[in-house]
Design a protein around this ligand. Structure first.
Ligand code: NAP
Length: 199
């Protein structure tokens, strides 16, 4: 499949290595535009390309891999999100290390808020729970497969994303919908962070 990334930094690069190794193609996009990704393209090979955010959003599955604080900028773009499978890999943080200041979500889950921002998108929350240095490691370890949690309200979209996770060597574990699953896998929750293997 073709996977588009909005954001081309640590998270996007870490998971793209698995996608490319598993025969998928990837389209990276960022804020500064495709020319700024030339060095990355030479490192990632012919199945990787750089494009505008709008073009990356045309891929079979789109991964949100940009800062939480930048998500609203997507609403200014000329993108029709309806029907698109969108992986929300973001963590709702206002700042990163060392203070990791969390956004006020008003009691909702971060992915429910993302779903409201991108009307019609079929949101699947995943890829957010592991530090990128763990994510980029071979998911086959100690005779098991690294667990990747996911949640979402669209069962078909979750199946597609689960199949992609499996194809890249991870063990997908479905936590339910965005409200209940999202709550236990988003930043600060019990399932955000643990590096688990399914044996
Ligand atoms: N790093 C991790 O270990 C990790 C783990 C789990 C989840 N996450 C989450 O994954 C997301 C990505 O994290 P990250 O550490 O890879 O990088 P990041 O520092 O959060 O994001 C940087 C990337 O986002 C792009 N970007 C910024 N604003 C944008 C905009 N308005 N439109 C399009 N692209 C934009 C940047 O492009 P430019 O360079 O052009 O500005 C750059 O490619 C975050 O939400 C983070 O919380 C990260």
């Amino acid at each position: 499949m073709k996977i588009g990334f909005v954001g081309a930094a640590y998270l996007a690069q870490a998971y793209s290595k698995h996608l490319l190794r598993s025969g998928h193609s990837v389209v990276f996009s960022n804020r500064r535009g495709p020319e700024s990704l030339a060095n990355l393209m030479s490192a990632f090979g012919t199945q990787a390309s750089a494009a505008s955010v709008e073009a990356a959003a045309e891929a079979d599955v789109v991964v949100l891999a940009l800062p939480w604080t930048q998500l609203r900028s997507l609403q200014q773009r000329n993108i029709d999100w309806s029907g698109r499978i969108v992986v929300d890999a973001t963590n709702a943080l206002l700042s990163y290390a060392p203070d990791f200041r969390r956004a006020d979500l008003g009691g909702r889950t971060s992915s429910e808020i993302v779903a409201d921002m991108l009307p019609g998108a079929r949101i699947v929350k995943t890829l957010n729970t592991l530090y990128y240095k763990v994510l980029e490691r071979d998911p086959a370890e100690a005779g098991g497969r690294r667990v990747m949690f996911l949640s979402g309200d669209d069962e078909k979209a979750k199946k597609v994303v689960s199949a992609i996770l499996s194809s890249t060597g991870f063990c997908p574990v479905d936590l339910g919908g965005l409200a209940e699953g999202g709550r236990i896998q988003q930043f600060g929750a019990p399932l955000a962070g643990p590096n688990l293997l399914a044996l």
